[in-house]
Write a protein that binds this ligand. Structure first.
Ligand SMILES: [Mg+2]
Length: 349
């Protein structure tokens, strides 16, 4: 198996501000595997919290893994070696996605069919970062005019405090009136327990469907007090990286948000979904700053997922890859063998 790496710039239409800072343009690593004339594509989005700081670290971690001679090994065996080598989840995700793409192409099946999953039905959210009410007023028509999107995820947990959160959210409520859309909120751990309790009650009277990651990662024990008498469903994102995390707080949350860059790809991602379902939790799938390659991989496993947040590739200008598109509000993989996506220009380095 020949494995090569392509670094490509992801330029954003709009930078995304969340509670912990602003995400602008970034470099991702595209992983290409080739064997028996079949090519598989994967993607790694480096992230401080997902172990690899930059594309160079992703490439060096994956080169080290490839040098162990993964040629005739199964995906599970390669994943095991990656853990032995302490490969960062966001690095390994790129190779894991490429291996699954290759496997489905080899079987001449779309990835969702290979995994026995239906095509997605749930419509995706699009995301509104933390911003002033004036900016929110300008941005919302840009997101929804001429779009089939039906859900807006509003980022709160502003470093300026909950009054800033309320002012922005009130403007959002006003600005969505011409559109038939529903709201959900992601605080990215920007609240303490007291503020979270207050905000969940406040949002429950203002058309919010659910709240994601109200408390910071590491504060999972405090979810217990938040969960009792909660007025909105509570999801965790940063607190849910691997399937084994779920056991710790399964009685104190309504659902978990899977991201392929946190789990290290599809192999562990499927375990996250199975574990969440086994504990009676709802499921969500989201993304980091990703192109349509890893979004297509995520869309391919989203057929049984309750809430979808696969929108980062819609915010790229241009998307260096081609794949999943929004069809009637659903982020739908291209119907082709594999996950259906590929790097548009392989000469990018
Ligand atoms: Mg989130």
């Amino acid at each position: 198996m020949k494995v090569s790496f392509h670094k490509a710039l992801l330029q954003k239409r709009f930078p995304l501000a969340i509670s912990r800072g602003v995400h602008g343009d970034s470099y991702n690593v595209f992983v290409r595997v080739e064997k028996e004339g079949i090519i598989g594509w994967g993607e790694s989005a480096p992230g401080r919290n997902e172990g690899a700081q930059n594309p160079e670290q992703v490439i060096s971690e994956l080169q080290r893994l490839v040098e162990t001679n993964i040629n005739d090994k199964s995906i599970s065996e390669i994943e095991y070696i990656s853990r032995e080598l302490k490969t960062s989840p966001c690095s390994y995700a790129g190779l894991d996605i490429a291996l699954w793409d290759w496997k489905a192409k080899k079987a001449n099946m779309p990835l969702h069919d290979l995994l026995g999953l239906p095509l997605p039905k749930s419509k995706t959210s699009v995301t509104l970062g933390i911003m002033s009410p004036e900016s929110a007023k300008d941005r919302i028509p840009l997101l929804f005019d001429g779009s089939s999107a039906k859900y807006l995820k509003v980022k709160l947990g502003s470093p300026e405090g909950i009054d800033a959160d309320k002012n922005m959210y009130n403007q959002v409520l006003e600005s969505i009136k011409p559109y038939n859309i529903s709201l959900r909120v992601d605080a990215n751990g920007g609240w303490d327990t007291e503020k979270a309790k207050h905000m969940i009650e406040w949002l429950s009277k203002r058309e919010c469907d659910y709240v994601e990651q109200p408390l910071a990662e590491g504060k999972e024990k405090d979810l217990k007090t938040l969960y009792e008498n909660r007025l909105l469903p509570i999801f965790v994102d940063e607190s849910c990286r691997f399937s084994q995390n779920i056991i710790e707080y399964s009685e104190w949350v309504d659902g978990v948000n899977l991201k392929l860059m946190k789990s290290g790809g599809i192999t562990e991602g499927l375990r996250v979904l199975s574990t969440a379902k086994a504990y009676g939790l709802e499921t969500m799938i989201g993304c980091m700053s990703e192109s349509s390659i890893s979004i297509s991989a995520a869309a391919s496993i989203s057929g049984h997922i309750d809430h979808i947040d696969l929108d980062s590739h819609y915010n790229l200008k241009p998307d260096p890859a081609s794949g999943a598109k929004m069809i009637n509000g659903v982020t739908m993989p291209r119907i082709a063998p594999g996950h259906g996506a590929f790097l548009t220009n392989e000469n990018q380095t």
